[in-house]
Ligand binder design. Sequence first.
Ligand code: BEZ
Length: 209
Amino acid sequence: MSIHLGDDAPNFKASTTEGEIDFYQYLGDSWGVLFSHPADFTPVCTTELGRTALLKEEFAKRNVKVLAVSVDPLDKHITWVKDINETQHCSVDFPIIADEDRKVATLYDMIHPNASATFTVRSLFIIGPDKKIKLFITYPASTGRNFVEVLRVIDSLQLTAKHSVATPADWKEGDDVIVVPAVSTEDAIKKFPKGVNVVKPYLRYTPQP
Ligand code: BEZ
């Protein structure tokens, strides 16, 4: 099954390092990041899960719950977590799904047969509190993800969900944002009291609301 932006995130029940979970119940009213990795006891994955654990407060600040998934079994996950904690100087306390039957991988199209017939690629989905898919990115096994970028896109998604703005290339928290085309300049001036800088009729900046 392929997933598109705006789709309902498929719900599932799964066995994880934090016990049995129902995905929707686990998320509650939070945002969610669900990300797959190819296999346990592999070097790049070890750094990715460690990095995620170290960013715990950053995810919490943004009201985001994270879950990892691979097709390895639970006992392997549990042993591997000890290695991650030791080598990455962290404490992994988010669920790692044991997806031996590939239920979650199939629901989220995380197995790309021309990359690997059996292992999940590095897919990452961001899910809103409305349980809709807000963003996904897919990396090959050989490239570890940039989790600062993951936090940056969460900042953009959360900001643009609240205000009629979009974020320009390389935007980061605190930078000026763009007034969306659907808002007229006249309305933008009323809506954004910090000011609107009209560079072109279609390119209008305002300080981050
Ligand atoms: C890794 O996580 O290090 C990895 C996994 C599969 C292929 C290449 C690297």
